[in-house]
Design a protein around this ligand. Structure first.
Ligand SMILES: O=C[C@H](O)COP(=O)(O)O
Length: 255
């Protein structure tokens, strides 16, 4: 039985004041939640601040990116050990916004995955096809290629305790979520793909859906057997909406 994980990715949004208000709202709304793991990933500038604000809550700190190096002459980068020291656990890598705007390759992202595992942190590996790839029928091939970058270099065991976030690029920030059936089909494909290497690893890996998840569509998405939670962008900036999503995951997966 997999425990769902709902994670908020604040992206490049926020301020000290906003973080304080949002975390306070989340703590109030999510105090009793036990059946769903919850994490929020603020911009790296606010990690320390938010870590302090989260004290005593059931919400775990996450981060949006990491570099492959642990130290050295890499201006502007942040290491896995630094994130760990700040209290972050779930680290998003391979987000389509980094693949697109920063030209991050599958191989580079796989290195980040390895660095996080080595540091004892949890990679949240984002994968997913663009609209053009979707229309060309390449969804499965793209997802397989993005997973294989890790599978073929680190083995299936690397996915023990790791998280995959399936985020069709065409659904991110567009208000056009994949339908529950569409998402389920890809999630099943991802799990089956890993199962070809190791069935027990595939069974335990958390596969989140991301892309325009909100308080109105979350519950139906979570009815699907291979959707183990969500990676939420826009709706994670509103305490009420995010709490509805978390509670929907808790309820759906308690069944
Ligand atoms: O990391 C989160 C995803 O990119 C989804 O963003 P969104 O919920 O704003 O569509």
């Amino acid at each position: 039985m997999r425990k769902p994980l709902v994670m908020g990715n604040w992206k490049l949004n926020g301020s000290k004041e906003m973080a304080k208000a949002l975390v306070s709202g989340l703590k109030q709304n999510l105090a009793g939640v036990k059946g769903c793991d919850v994490s929020i990933a603020p911009p790296v500038m606010y990690l320390d601040e938010v870590n302090g604000l989260l004290a005593g809550s059931n919400i775990v700190l996450g981060a949006q990116n990491v570099d492959t190096a642990l130290s050295g002459a890499f201006t502007g980068d942040i290491s896995a050990t630094m994130l760990k020291e700040m209290g972050a656990k779930y680290i998003i890598i391979g987000h389509s916004e980094r693949r697109t705007y920063h030209k991050e390759s599958d191989e580079f992202i796989a290195k980040k995955f390895a660095v996080l595992k080595e540091a004892g942190l949890t990679p949240v590996l984002c994968i997913g096809e663009t609209e053009a790839e979707n229309e060309a029928g390449q969804t499965q091939a793209v997802c397989a290629r993005q997973i294989d970058a890790v599978l073929n270099t680190q083995g299936a065991a690397a996915f023990n305790g790791a998280v995959i976030a399936y985020e069709p690029v065409w659904a991110i920030g567009t208000g056009k979520s994949a339908t529950p059936a569409q998402a389920q089909a890809v999630h099943k494909f991802i799990r089956d793909h890993i199962a070809k290497k190791d069935e027990s690893v595939a069974k335990q890996v958390i596969i989140q859906y991301g892309g325009s998840v909100n308080d109105a569509n979350a519950a139906e998405l979570f009815t699907q057997p291979d959707i183990d939670g969500a990676l939420v962008g826009g709706a994670s900036l509103k305490a009420d909406a995010f709490a509805v999503i978390v509670k929907a995951a808790e309820k759906a997966k308690a069944k």
